[in-house]
Design a protein around this ligand. Structure first.
Ligand code: 7RM
Length: 635
């Protein structure tokens, strides 16, 4: 208990207790105090997790862009809303003020209307991280169109599947996109995808790279001239609280992607509230989240949450390795970043490189560091804390999902003491619980189980677009009356949560439930190891045995592999126990990852089990080529 500061925790618990005892009063007070409403709600919350149906602030009327832009004009008109840092460090950064953002969003909204987009229509946005991406998201929201951003690294097939699923009328894209040294021809990917998308009526094209493109007559239009001649004011469409705001696709573990649908008022209230509290944003701070707006993290914590708070939010077009591995820290110094939010995969990649890339920059502006996306291992946590935060910045390990819309479990800096690898405590209003395999709630601490949430929060997704049954089956059927996250978690003696990863990542070896994360942690602590992934494969005696895929650091490359394997297994035996030793260890050049940095264990599992025939869809991978290499050298 000694490493917790009970007094500081007590402050958090006071707010938390109120939010659980009187949830409607709690959220109503926040909604009243911080937002502009055209009409107040008739009821704060109506819910039934068995249907499931959830309504927040029903009867209220608002427009989210009025909250994110218009209301700031009086006091913050000349404040930078979006700070755009281009891929090329020699290209000048753009400071887009709230007034300019208003102008741009209104113009684009008028362009959309002019092309026949109306309230409720779906617009797919397939753009790189340029200002037009944020502007088009907001332009859709301005007129009540439902945006669906598709990450501009996805293939034409992945794009087409999403367009067809939501029946979009329009695509917004660009001629090309810069990613480090590379240029990607986005428009030609769109052209290919659109061959199977009859619902699309028009395509608006942003000029970014100057890549030559084909423009289809009466379908494709350059955006800039249309914006220029558009009227710079656009009356916001007045929306109902529960009107859809956006659809965002998340890859299911099998089958087709799920279009998670988020609605307006609850999403706005929750993302704004959590942004302010988790990052402790203060008026003149410069906040940077390195995610792409193609992910939920970018929706909630680059666009809506920060802008609802009148913040300055940085949009970075490039990659952490260009022109070298110091780019992130160069940007932190250049723009005097106060809050920095990134993913463990990026931290691990940067921690592999020479420390000079970090130490040569002045990072003293930093106040709060964040991580999101997967469990952060001890080693990466300490590297982040020691070398980026210089032991001076609380790390907010934020656990949440596309489905949850906003952060559900995270420290609140300066109030919740942090603990390495722990996401710590639920945000106010969030009621997590752990369930055992028999479907019983586990009371008492410490505990280890499946993470569920017992009570609705304002930004929970309301359905899967076009498939409410799948929504119910996936999230509300495993445990009656509860939202099932699909993740496993530990809860320590004071109630801190540590997310151990997807429950489907648990492997049962000789009857022992082994989570992949702690084993990977133990392996990653070996000085020669950069990253690892563990999967199970069928074994005659143990039921399952463990197969480890390991990436070595440069310094480990020259070492003898069989000695290394022995050392790694000894380390596992020491840290976890001999039961968790690996039967097979394959040293690999890389791991198959999703574009947002999550390891695709599904593919590794199939390779380990010798089922290479049906690897499933690998087109959304960041590095599909690595799969062939792993198969070739399979043990
Ligand atoms: C925001 C986002 C959701 C899944 C989730 C977890 C994993 C996310 C953490 C984490 C451990 C964290 N949305 N996850 N954050 N695991 N600690 N702080 O990532 O829909 O793309 O993914 O990501 O498994 O269920 S997501």
């Amino acid at each position: 208990m000694s490493n917790y500061h009970i007094k500081r925790l007590e402050e958090y618990f006071q707010v938390y207790r109120k939010s659980v005892r009187y949830p409607e009063i709690f959220w109503e007070e926040i909604a009243e105090e911080h937002f502009v409403w055209r009409k107040k709600w008739d009821s704060v919350l109506e819910w039934d997790f068995t249907k499931p149906e959830i309504k927040w602030f029903d009867g209220a009327k608002l427009n989210i862009t009025e909250n994110c832009i218009d209301r700031h004009l009086q006091i913050r008109g000349d404040k930078t809303a979006i700070l755009f840092e281009p891929n090329d460090p020699n290209e000048e950064a753009q400071h887009i003020t709230y007034r300019e953002l208003h102008d741009q969003v209104c113009r684009m909204a008028n362009v959309l209307k002019d092309k026949g987009i109306q309230k409720g229509d779906r617009v797919v946005i397939y753009l790189p991280m340029v200002p037009e991406l944020a502007i088009s998201v907001l332009a859709c929201a301005r007129i009540g169109a439902i945006h669906s951003v598709v990450f501009a690294g996805f293939s034409s097939t992945a794009l087409a599947t999403r367009i067809v699923d939501c029946g979009a009328k329009m695509v917004l894209t660009s001629d090309g996109s810069y990613r480090g040294k590379k240029i990607l021809d986005l428009k030609s990917i769109v052209d290919e995808g659109l061959q199977e998308c009859p619902s699309i009526e028009s395509v608006l094209v942003v000029k970014r790279t100057g890549t030559p493109v084909e423009m289809v007559e009466n379908r494709d239009y350059w955006l800039a001239p249309l914006m220029e001649s558009a009227y710079s004011d656009c009356v916001p469409e007045i929306m109902e609280a529960e009107d859809p705001l956006f659809i965002l696709y998340t890859s299911g573990s099998t089958g087709k992607p799920k279009g998670m649908m988020h609605t307006t008022a609850g999403y706005m209230v929750y993302t704004a509230f959590t942004f302010k509290n988790v990052f402790q944003y203060r008026e003149d701070d410069i906040y940077w989240c390195t995610a792409d707006i193609g992910w939920i993290t970018g929706h909630s914590y680059i666009v809506y949450g920060p802008l609802a708070n009148g913040a300055t939010t940085v949009m970075f077009e490039g990659v952490p390795s260009y022109p070298d591995y110091g780019r992130f820290w160069e940007i932190v110094q250049k723009h005097k970043i106060n809050q920095f939010y990134t993913a463990p995969t990026a931290i691990r990649a940067l921690a592999k490189e020479n420390l000079d890339f970090v130490t040569k920059y002045d990072l003293s502006s930093l106040k709060v560091l964040g991580t999101v996306g997967e469990p952060i291992n001890e080693e990466a946590w300490h590297w982040y804390n020691d070398h980026v935060g210089e032991k001076n910045c609380p790390i907010v390990d934020t656990w949440w999902q596309t489905e949850t819309g906003g952060i559900l479990i995270s420290p609140v800096p300066f109030s919740t003491p942090t603990k390495p690898t722990y996401a710590t405590l639920p945000m106010p209003g969030i009621q997590p619980t752990l369930m055992d395999e028999t479907g019983t709630e586990i009371k008492g601490n410490p505990a280890d189980g499946r993470l569920c949430i017992k009570f609705p929060w304002p930004s929970i997704a309301r359905t899967i677009w076009g498939n409410h049954q799948r929504y119910k089956d996936t999230y509300f059927s495993a445990y009656e009356g509860k939202y099932f996250t699909g993740d496993g978690a530990l809860r320590d003696e004071v109630g801190y949560y540590r997310i151990t990863g997807r429950v489907d990542d648990v492997i049962i070896v000789s009857g022992h439930n082994l989570g992949t994360a702690p084993i990977e942690d133990a392996i990653n602590e070996h000085p020669a190891v950069a990253e690892s992934a563990i999967v199970g494969f069928p074994h005659d005696i143990k039921g399952n045995a463990l197969y480890g895929y390991i990436i070595l650091k440069e310094t480990g490359e020259s070492r003898d592999r069989s000695n290394l394997s022995k050392e790694i297994n000894e380390q596992i035996a020491n840290k976890i126990g001999p039961i968790a030793k690996l039967d097979k260890i394959q040293f690999v050049p890389g791991l198959p990852k999703t574009r947002s940095g999550k390891i695709m264990r599904r593919i590794l599992r199939k390779i380990a089990s010798n089922e290479m025939g049906n690897l499933g869809d690998t087109s959304t991978l960041l590095n599909p080529e690595v799969v062939d290499q792993i198969i070739e050298e399979r043990l």
